[in-house]
Design a protein around this ligand. Sequence first.
Ligand SMILES: *[C@@H]1O[C@H](CO)[C@@H](O)[C@H](O)[C@H]1NC(C)=O
Ligand SMILES: *[C@@H]1O[C@H](CO)[C@@H](O)[C@H](O)[C@H]1NC(C)=O
Length: 318
Amino acid sequence: MWSHPLLLAIPALYILHKSLSRPSRTQKVTHDEERVLILGASSGIGRAIAEKYAKRGARVYVVGRRQDQVDDVVLSCRSLSSAGTKNTILGTAADFADADDLVNIRERIQAEWGGLDTLVVAAGVSALRPLMEVAGVETNKSGSSLDNASLDGIRKASEIASAAVHSNYIGPLMSAVTFIPLLSRTSKAPSILLISSLASVIPAPTRSIYASTKGASLLLYQSLAIEHPNIAFSHVLPSTVEGDFRASAVDAGPVREANPNKHGLKREYVAARCVRAVDEGQRTVFLPGTMRLGHLLYWLWPSFVERQARKKYNFELR
Ligand SMILES: *[C@@H]1O[C@H](CO)[C@@H](O)[C@H](O)[C@H]1NC(C)=O
Ligand SMILES: *[C@@H]1O[C@H](CO)[C@@H](O)[C@H](O)[C@H]1NC(C)=O
């Protein structure tokens, strides 16, 4: 059966397709020419991505909220960097949802590097509690409650959700508005990478605020990809990743899933996969890859996926 000519033709066609396709991004923008801005680079996946780019000789600009953390990443990137010049690794402590901060960063990039090739949007916040709990309403296992939400409770829910929207949606939106023209004008092969989440496409209990705000920015970037075909957009959707991302939860909620540091995806692996997605111009990357099917399955058999989600987050009906 394997000698069937049609089956042999498939690899041959694939190789032909590869060799006829346009030059790859890494040929147009070589590793040591690449100018990379990483928003949310002070810790986690963003930091690991910054170090990978520094290691292979790129110019790297790291942005994070805390000055001490930014200084630390800049030092680490400088020590890893194979490029020698002094303006190779830059850093600023800033809020990526602040217009003044973004414009300052853009001006510095223009002045120091004359342009930008790759924008990595890795900043964001987590939220870990069910919405009604955020509003101070107790519910039983089937989701019923005896009390109404109080005025304060409704305001509290709005406040927490606004903080999540600010970081998970408005930040990515303002970054896109600020840097799309610069990327388009100054790069031979502009790319934008959004670190999204599996929660953007597969709903989960205790993630109502997180999932909906991450989902909003994913749809935003997927739409921008159509509005700006000159830019290669990549969206990476990891499941639980090791590390302390959850400690930043805007609702101060508890971690309910099995220890993410033992069971989560390795940060290094996720970062390497992100860099590859940009190099190869891949639009959507699920991590692990089988989760692409989990996403499809949700539309075909929601109750099954919902049951798995309840289990993962210890939210089972007893
Ligand atoms: C939850 O509360 C509702 C209304 O008070 C009640 O009808 C239901 O049986 C309760 N369910 C559980 C699982 O306790
Ligand atoms: C909830 O609000 C409704 C309408 O304001 C009111 O009629 C009802 O009594 C309230 N329920 C409780 C349990 O406070």
